[in-house]
Design a protein around this ligand. Sequence first.
Ligand code: PMP
Length: 281
Amino acid sequence: DLILHNGEFIREEDLVISKEDRGYQFGDGIYEVIRVYDGNLFTAKEHIDRFYESADKIKIVIPHTKDVFHKMMYDFVEMNNINNGQVYVQITRGAAERQHQFPTQAEPVITGNTKSVERPVASMKSGVKAKFIEDIRWLRCDIKSLNLLGNVLAKQEATEEGFFEAILHRGETVTEGCSSNMYGIKNGTLYTHPANNLILNGITRRVILELCKELDIPVEETAFTKTQALEMDEFFMSSTTTEVMPVIEIGSQKIGQGVPGELTRKLQSAFEARIGVGVKS
Ligand code: PMP
């Protein structure tokens, strides 16, 4: 497969990145992951808009128009024959002698790759387990930054203990997952943290909130506590790669009956209708 480097598709062995690249030294850049279903980029516009917004928030100027960038993503997927998979793309502030403040000369560096991935159908049917971990990240989690150390440390701890994901919380307040958004359902109402600086406003989250409207499921974009999380009737997480993923246990405590909830499954089906596939049983 070819990789993307500054608007060109090249062989991976031909890629040269400077040791002074600010992505490498400071995590000074942002990224995006777009899902491919049946050769189509799902919610491409939303992902590309967020890519440009994240770049703008850290004052990196992407040297392509959105239209050119969009076409580049399509060409990339087509060239590598990705039918079901994902595109990863990042931009850094570029290479310059190491100093914290922005360099005056550096050109941004874009790199990306594609890969084939299966939908996590078995986990989506069975549900997964998650554990609470304190959210120690910075206060601009709305930016899809390459700085992921807080996320990495929490995911590692969760994984080592056999959990699929960490449910991050600031004090008592649940924010989101390491690489997902979190939702609870209580008495038929869906609760999720508001899209402010403390979470990444997931593209999957936006689709889910739209689906709730279509399905007449009331939504409260209100933060809930750890205690409230444990008392939800249903719980699930979402992301580009995990879609609508039921969370059936938090720590060692079952949520509801300890199986994927009814509204969660309804949202899964509605989501599948959107992407044009179904969980084959
Ligand atoms: N929150 C965080 C911290 C994430 O890394 C992700 C995955 N990119 C999400 C939420 C979910 O976002 P999306 O639905 O756009 O994949």
